[in-house]
Structures are given as structure tokens and as C-alpha cells.
Design a protein around this ligand. Structure first.
Ligand code: NAD
Ligand code: ZN
Ligand code: ZN
Length: 346
């Protein structure tokens, strides 16, 4: 089969590799029908994630068709169309049982395109297939459900639910990439009084408006603190969601929150950020961090199938499965191309 293989910083190739085989009897082999690229894949390609070594097949999001299953697989069978989540669930360790498979101790968690071969391929081996795949509902597009493999649960769980968004809240979202837009989408389910999107790129702020943010701030030219204060009688946001992954944006999110406010960090950080406890100790704030667990996938599947979430609007570009070079190029130049999610289908 063919797959997109990482060959060290800056190097990747769509090349022939052996087709995956069942190793454990809880595995399934899934034919990838549609897959996509994540910002994290760009980090890996830059060489920022040393766990990923030469020869690894990239990608952690897919919708596909089950081709074969191991003897221990009970609920998934050949021919089933499934969502392959970015989080693999062993189902038996302490964290999986507590609803936090992102922290799985039994060989799951985020492993695709990281610790094991990923989904940017014609076929993928899916460990713990019973607990790590979701049957596709009828009457929905593969590419819409693909948005549930990573970004929608990430924005919803790590941003909106960790941030405790409640009706009437003023919610500030720093960063309007696919993950920030997912947080906006999730926050709107709770009827906030304002959703304020903050980004440096006007194209991303335009997308944020289309996704339902009623206030947008380009923090190159406008002071987000002033905007938030003017909306909140000088108090600050009830919830500030960080969806960038940089020291400056974490520190901004803390500044934007009101006394007693909640700051939900989603961004993957590569450098230390400063928490100004000398200012914050007195303000009763709550800060949360997290890796997505994808425990909200069944809820989000219902919201997408019932039309309450329009997952299709994340998709800006479509490619064939062998057009990874073009797809990565368009996705990496999102500022110019306007790319949100690029989808590759067979
Ligand atoms: N916690 C998790 O489980 C999890 C899961 C998936 C992704 N992530 C992380 O979430 C973050 C967002 O992902 P994405 O795919 O949307 O990334 P992205 O790079 O597409 O979007 C980031 C956005 O932030 C904006 N930005 C950059 N610097 C800024 C600044 N100083 N002020 C305001 N805006 C700024 C960019 O213009 C861009 O629109 C990344 O760090 C990603 O690795 C976390
Ligand atoms: Zn991802
Ligand atoms: Zn586990």
C-alpha cells in the first residue's frame, strides 16, 4: 500500500510500505476512506516532536471501512464504516475507566502518527478497535464526521467543558484556527452573551465571524483587553480559552479573565509561559489544561447528525489521497490560502 512517511525534519514521502496486519486480537485493519492534516502534524514535520522517528506513517484522524478484525473484536466487523478517533482507548486501565483515555496506561492515548503508524495511508491498524472506533451514523458525509476525530472534541472538552461555559457568559477565545473555531462552535451550544474571537490573521477572524463569534479582535491593531472590558463593565471574560500554544497567548488569556473567571488552555506549548501569581493570587481564577480524551464523541456525533453542529464548514480544501504534497502545502500556508481543514479522500 501507499502511505505518507516521515523521514526526519522537513522530509516526508508518499511511498510504498507494507500493508498493516493484525498484531493483537483486539486490532482492526481499516481502509482509510478520508483523512486530514492537523497542526500537530506540521509540528512533527518541523522536528518539534522527537518521539516521532524516521519511518513513521503520519496522521491521527480518519474515517474508513473495516477490512478485517482480530479474534477478540466483538462490536466492529468487516464492512462497517467507522470514525477512527485520535485517542485510542484500552478501556481497562484506571484512566480509561475514569473517562480520561487521553492519559491511557494500557497502550492507548494519542498514539497514531506518533508512537504507532498513523492514518495518512491507504490502510491503518487500529488497536483496541471496539473502544477506539465509532460506527458512522447513516445519512452523514464521511468528511463531516472526520471533524470529530480531533478538533471538535478538543475544542469542546479542553476548551468549553473544562472552561465551564455557562449561559450568559462572555467567552474570549484566543486563536481562531480549527481548534479555536471548534471552541467557538462548542461555546455557542451554551448561549453565551458574547463570544470574542482574538487572532492576528484577518482571514481567521473572518472565519470566526462565520462560525458565530459576535466580536472579533485583531490583536495586532486592537487591544483585546480594552474590548473585553468594554463588554463586561471592566470585569473581564467569564471564560478565556487559549487555542494557540504560545507564552504570549496564555498570558493574554489570564489577563482577559475576570476575578473568579476560568482559563482553559488548549494550546500545545513548547516553551515556558509566565503565570503572574503576584497579580493573580487574589483573583480566584481557575486554570485548566488538558489533552483531549474524546469522551464527548458520542455527544458530538448526535449534534452533527441532528444538524446542531455544522461540521462541513471546517472543510476548505479537498484532495485525492495521493495529493499529500499539495495538501500539506495549502494547509501550511493557511494565512494565504484560507485553509481550515483540508480533506484527502480515496
Ligand atoms: N490539548 C489538546 O488536546 C490539543 C489537541 C489538538 C490541538 N491542540 C493545539 O491547539 C492549538 C491550536 O490548534 P490549531 O490547529 O487551531 O492551530 P492553528 O495554528 O491552525 O491556529 C492557531 C491560530 O492562532 C493564531 N495566533 C498565533 N499567534 C497568535 C497571537 N499571538 N495572538 C492571537 N492569535 C495568534 C494564528 O493566527 C492561528 O489562526 C495548537 O497549539 C495545537 O497543537 C491541542
Ligand atoms: Zn490533531
Ligand atoms: Zn487505557
Amino acid at each position: 500500500m501507499r502511505a505518507l512517511v516521515y523521514h526526519g525534519p522537513g522530509e516526508k514521502a508518499w511511498q510504498d510500505v507494507p500493508k498493516p496486519e493484525i498484531i493483537a486480537d483486539t486490532d482492526a485493519i481499516v481502509r482509510v476512506d478520508t483523512t486530514t492534516i492537523c497542526g500537530t502534524d506540521l509540528h512533527i514535520l518541523k522536528g518539534d516532536v522527537p518521539v516521532v522517528t524516521d519511518g513513521r506513517i503520519l496522521g491521527h484522524e480518519a474515517v474508513g471501512t473495516v477490512e478485517s478484525v482480530g479474534r477478540g473484536v466483538k462490536t466492529v466487523k468487516p464492512g462497517d464504516r467507522v470514525l477512527v478517533s485520535c485517542v485510542t482507548v484500552c478501556g481497562t486501565c484506571r484512566f480509561c475507566r475514569e473517562g480520561h483515555p487521553g492519559q491511557c496506561l494500557g497502550g492507548g492515548g494519542w498514539i497514531f502518527g506518533y508512537k504507532i503508524d498513523g492514518t495518512q495511508a491507504e490502510y491503518v491498524r487500529v488497536p483496541f478497535a471496539d473502544t477506539s472506533t465509532y460506527l458512522m451514523p447513516d445519512g452523514v458525509l464521511d468528511e463531516d464526521i472526520l471533524m470529530l476525530a480531533d478538533i471538535l472534541p478538543t475544542g469542546y472538552e479542553v476548551g468549553v467543558l473544562n472552561g465551564g461555559v455557562r449561559p450568559g457568559d462572555v467567552v474570549a477565545v484566543v486563536g481562531s484556527g480549527p481548534v479555536g473555531l471548534s471552541a467557538i462552535t462548542g461555546a455557542l451550544l451554551f448561549s453565551p452573551s458574547h463570544v470574542v474571537a482574538i487572532d492576528l490573521a484577518d482571514s481567521r477572524l473572518e472565519a470566526a465571524k462565520q462560525f458565530g463569534a459576535d466580536v472579533t479582535v485583531n490583536n495586532l491593531t486592537e487591544d483585546p483587553l480594552e474590548v473585553i472590558r468594554s463588554l463586561t463593565g471592566g470585569l473581564g471574560a467569564d471564560v478565556a480559552i487559549e487555542a494557540v500554544g504560545a507564552p504570549a497567548t496564555f498570558e493574554l488569556a489570564v489577563q482577559l479573565s475576570r476575578p473568579g473567571g476560568r482559563i482553559a488552555n488548549i494550546g500545545v506549548h513548547g516553551e515556558p509561559a509566565t503565570l503572574h501569581l503576584e497579580e493573580q493570587w487574589i483573583r480566584n481564577i481557575t486554570i485548566t489544561t488538558g489533552l483531549v480524551d474524546a469522551y464527548s464523541t458520542p455527544t458530538l456525533l448526535r449534534l452533527v447528525t441532528s444538524g446542531l453542529i455544522d461540521a462541513g464548514r471546517f472543510i476548505t480544501h479537498r484532495f485525492a489521497l495521493d495529493e499529500f504534497d499539495e495538501a500539506y502545502d495549502v494547509f501550511a500556508r493557511a494565512g494565504e490560502t484560507g485553509a481550515l481543514k483540508v480533506v484527502l479522500s480515496r
